[in-house]
Design a protein around this ligand. Structure first.
Ligand SMILES: [Mn+2]
Length: 281
């Protein structure tokens, strides 16, 4: 038998659910444009599904959550064929648990899917400075401090010179070989059907298979405002947006997880796109 208290809880629960649904609807509002190539809607080959995940930036908690969302999506919508999962890079920096993110990627890939790990500008910084002098000061300022802390490197970044080199040696010793191999093996792009996946974007006017690494992991100006056909619909992270941006020529899904708690996943199948977002499960 329901008591008054139970009824109140039911009402509260339904109000909360309505508000959540409204927020989700707002987040998943109609795209500005239909992603298209050569004037026709972009599609994946039949029987294929792709999940793409934006910048994780050391948020191990959100990585686990998006994996749970993907797994329940796979249960709710059993795939007809082959499933790929693409991480768009920037695994590390800013958030508190970069070491745990890489450790998880190395040892616990999601079962039943083929995973592609792409290189972000932060991952590139880190793998370079483990080997030789580079922009350590910039890296430190833009979240490298947190990554160093996750590898239990306490204290400040020493000035360039012998102290810095001793620091680099200590850091390298604390980063397991499996982590260094993971960073060194990151790819700069992946392509399937009418979609091209990379961290930041592409240089318009350059063929997709001739894009330079610097553009693929850093580009903003020249790409974000470009409205013309790019040869594929570019799925990217790197540039933070409040909610996913869907244009005719690109889909941006970096929703600033490290500070917004919203890590976004994009689901592509046929000509359709759907979104999975942490925090509202
Ligand atoms: Mn980035």
């Amino acid at each position: 038998m329901l008591t008054v208290g139970d009824g109140l809880r039911v009402v509260e629960a339904s109000v909360v659910k309505d508000v959540c649904n409204a927020v989700i609807q707002w987040f998943r509002a109609e795209p500005e444009r239909v992603p298209s190539v050569d004037g026709r809607p972009a599609t994946l080959p039949p029987g294929r599904r792709v999940y793409a995940v934006g910048d994780i930036h050391g948020r191990y908690d959100l990585l686990l959550e998006i994996e749970r969302l993907i797994q329940s999506d796979l249960r709710d919508h059993p795939p007809e064929g082959f499933v790929d999962l693409v991480y768009l890079g920037d695994f590390i920096d800013r958030g508190p648990a970069s070491r745990q993110v890489i450790e998880h990627m190395v040892h616990h890939p999601l079962q039943g899917v083929t995973t592609h790990y792409l290189l972000g500008n932060h991952d590139a910084w880190f793998r370079e400075l483990l080997v030789e002098p580079g922009p350590e000061a910039e890296w430190w300022r833009y979240g490298g401090r947190e990554t160093a802390a996750s590898y239990e490197m306490q204290g400040e970044l020493p000035p360039p010179g012998p102290e810095r080199e001793a620091w680099r040696t200590r850091l390298r010793r604390r980063v397991p070989a499996s982590h260094r191999r993971f960073l060194n093996e990151l790819c700069t792009s992946w392509r399937l059907g009418d979609y091209f996946f990379c961290h930041a974007g592409v240089r318009p006017g350059v063929a997709l298979d001739l894009q330079g690494q610097n553009d693929l992991i850093w580009i903003r100006r020249g790409f974000l405002e470009h409205e013309g056909d790019l040869g594929a619909v570019v799925v990217h992270g790197h540039t933070i947006v409040e909610r996913p941006v869907v244009k005719a020529n690109r889909i941006g899904i970096d929703t600033g997880a490290f500070r917004s708690d919203r890590l976004t996943g994009l689901v592509l199948e046929g000509a359709a796109q759907r979104f999975l977002v942490t925090g509202w499960a």
